[in-house]
Design a protein around this ligand. Structure first.
Ligand SMILES: C[S@@+](CC[C@H](N)C(=O)[O-])C[C@H]1O[C@@H](n2cnc3c(N)ncnc32)[C@H](O)[C@@H]1O
Length: 310
């Protein structure tokens, strides 16, 4: 992350969530009316106009042609939009289930422009804490203000690389997080950008604020994606490095259960998002989400396994 610059990758993933509104309603997996505004208010307006005008069953390619932004012509955009649909839906489903319990809390670690606190009515009274770099969080708050929304989230600013992660559980508690109540921590699209010490320190902090019944939902790269990148992956890696957010970290999937166990967490589920795409999208669209090295994992504090398996 660059010290004074809001995360560009956070804007790209949020824009892809916003562009998902161009998919016909019957196959849309997640609806994010806020996402595009963090890239530009003009883009958000164009999506709203196009989305309200699209005849049913219009293909995504045709719908994208209705958007007059250069972003809509980006190579690989359809794949990115569909991937973000799947990733968002998989995590939304975890959130919805978790929020059914009393006293549930949500920590969005590296929240970026995630607007679940505004998007998901199922959160009800669930308290949401958003932790992110000051530059990104500042931009988020300014944009929401501009478009006239106040998020019910509690904001905590933190730099995972330069501030001691040991202090984050106490900072959360000072902001109202209850360390004795179950917490779902969402670490979405963040692990790949962190150094190994920040990964270790973050996991120790997550474990520290995770009471019995807590879960960790995270996305990660299989290490092979970084060690043996395809041409496309190399091109994307170059772009994210150029904006100051290089990819740094991945896990070997077979090693993840043992790795997490050593850090006090039990792996409950670990899937390639390409496999989730086959369960969630029509086959012709699922085929587009073909990268087996982008994964989702769900872990839990050992005390909460019995609850999850019921
Ligand atoms: C790709 S974005 C994902 C955002 C969000 N979780 C989502 O999926 O929409 C990565 C996020 O990690 C945050 N991040 C990366 N490095 C960070 C650091 N050292 N300290 C704090 N936040 C950081 C960025 O600000 C950004 O919001």
């Amino acid at each position: 992350m660059r010290e004074d610059t809001p995360s560009r990758t956070a804007a790209w993933v949020a824009a892809a969530r916003g562009l998902g509104r161009l998919l016909p309603r019957e196959i849309r997996l997640a609806d994010d009316p806020f996402g595009a505004a963090f890239t530009s208010l003009a883009l958000a307006r164009m999506i709203e106009e196009a989305a309200s005008d699209i005849p049913p069953s219009t293909s995504l390619a045709t719908a994208l042609h209705m958007i007059r932004s250069p972003l809509a012509r980006m190579p690989g955009l359809q794949r990115w939009i569909l991937y973000m649909q799947v990733r968002t839906r998989v995590i939304d489903d975890v959130v919805r289930t978790f929020a059914l319990q009393d006293n549930a809390q949500l920590v969005l670690l590296g929240a970026g422009y995630d607007c679940r606190a505004l998007r998901l009515p199922e959160l009800g009274e669930t308290r949401v804490f958003e932790v992110d770099h000051p530059a990104t969080q500042g931009h988020k708050r300014r944009v929401l203000d501009k478009i006239g929304y106040t998020s019910p989230s509690t904001y905590v600013t933190w730099d995972f690389e330069t501030q001691p992660m040991d202090d984050l559980p106490a900072a959360l508690a000072e902001s109202g997080h209850d360390p004795t109540a179950p917490t779902l921590t969402i670490w979405e699209g963040v692990t790949m950008y962190l150094t190994e010490p920040a990964i270790e320190a973050s996991l120790a902090a997550i474990r520290a604020w995770s009471a019995a019944g807590s879960q960790l939902a995270m996305t990660y790269f299989a290490r092979g994606r970084l060690a043996r990148p395809t041409l496309t992956t190399r091109a994307i890696a170059a772009v994210v490095a150029r904006v100051g957010e290089p990819w740094r970290w991945g896990w070997v999937p077979d090693e993840l259960p043992g790795y997490l166990e050593e850090r006090g967490l039990v792996l409950v589920d670990d899937i390639a998002l390409a496999d989730a795409a086959r369960e969630l999208l029509p086959l012709d669209l699922a085929r587009v989400v073909d990268d087996a090295d982008r994964r989702f994992a769900l872990a839990a504090t050992p005390e909460s396994i019995a609850v999850i398996e019921r």
